[in-house]
Design a protein around this ligand. Structure first.
Ligand SMILES: [Fe+2]
Length: 343
């Protein structure tokens, strides 16, 4: 297992509490202190920005209001009103110029954010898996957050996932919750391997489709792992087509320096917002691009990005106007008109 040793932030305490409110604070910190931009003393400092003080004062108030609104969803009565829904199947066509003809019409299922826990009920994941198998895709990609808050149900998770992996090639990456629950990667990778799932941590695998080789590249989590895109692409021959799996959609900002761009990036993490308030929409999207990287097929500067709303939930364990989903993607060779080529 290529997983390097991880530092356990709180050994002995496997239970974690990453809810929407905590994530809001996290993403707010990332916005304020972007990790990859060095401080430039000549640029506008916070003191030069007239709006900075107002924004600084407004942040805690906004955070309090949003957290207050989210607490409403914590009431047991509310949860009874909105019991976990079975994921619906969403079909998405991805038009890709220059796609090799042999890869045209390749079908794959994109699953994410199972957040497996007792509250979902024992049959919930089983039904989602049965629904996935009925689609008979070429392969399945799981983009992280398979675990939720503890490792208690990990064997059960492995048993259910093994049913699908025995029949259909299945690839996975880890998400921030997986690494919070299993920071030393001591159990989850082993359980996934036993289930027949190929876990990709900054590595790739070639898949033969109609005589062509399509690479599946998996990257470690951007928040809790050690994402290394150059290492992940190390075994992908120059110019070869590949699909990048990354739990966190903000990985697309790291593609600037990559010469061979992916056909498609598959991500989860946002849960489609999980809660979408009337008029306002999702109060929180854990991406530095905010609502622009919330859900669906998005054209980014260098590639297509598909973000699925996923299957499970974080606290409060309620979805409101954002359904869970199983995404069935079809790669399609896009025809580029002479006019577009000239442009
Ligand atoms: Fe998640």
């Amino acid at each position: 297992m290529p997983c390097r040793p991880r530092i356990c932030p709180n050994p002995g305490d496997e239970r974690i509490n990453l809810d929407l409110g905590t994530t809001l604070i996290r993403i707010d910190n990332i916005r304020r202190y972007p990790p990859r931009e060095p401080f430039d003393p000549l640029s506008n400092s916070p003191g030069d920005d007239d709006g900075h003080i107002a924004r600084t004062l407004m942040r805690p108030i906004m955070r309090m209001l949003v957290n207050g609104a989210l607490r409403l969803f914590d009431f047991p009565g509310f949860k009874k009103l909105f019991p976990p829904k079975l994921p619906r199947v969403v079909q998405v066509s991805v038009p890709i110029p220059g796609l090799p003809s042999t890869l045209d019409k390749t079908r794959l299922v994109h699953l994410s954010d199972i957040h497996y826990c007792r509250e979902l009920g024992p049959g919930f994941l089983q039904q989602a898996i049965t629904r996935t198998m009925s689609l008979s895709p070429g392969f399945i990609a799981i983009t992280g957050d398979m675990l939720h808050r503890d490792m208690e149900p990990i064997q059960e998770l492995g048993q259910v996932l093994s049913k699908i992996a025995k029949r259909i090639d299945t690839y996975a990456v880890l998400g921030n919750h997986d690494l919070q629950v299993d920071p030393l990667c001591s159990r989850l990778p082993r359980v996934l391997k036993q289930a027949g799932i190929k876990l990709l941590i900054n590595e790739s695998v070639g898949v033969k489709i109609n005589g062509s080789r399509l690479y599946i590249v998996g990257i470690d989590d951007l928040w809790e792992g050690d994402a290394d895109i150059q290492k992940a692409l190390g075994c992908v021959p120059k110019g070869s087509p590949y699909i990048l799996l990354s739990h966190n959609p903000d990985i697309v900002d790291m593609l600037e320096t990559v010469e061979n761009k992916p056909l498609l990036v598959l991500s989860g993490h946002t849960h489609g917002g999980q809660i979408s308030l009337p008029v306002l929409g999702p109060p929180m999207v854990p991406s530095i691009a905010g609502k622009r990287r919330c859900h669906g097929l998005i054209r980014e500067k260098h590639t297509w990005l598909h973000i699925t709303s996923g299957i499970g939930m974080v606290e409060p364990l309620v979805r409101f106007r954002v359904d869970p989903e199983i995404s069935l993607l079809t790669l399609e060779k896009a025809v580029v008109s002479p006019h577009q080529q000239a442009g």
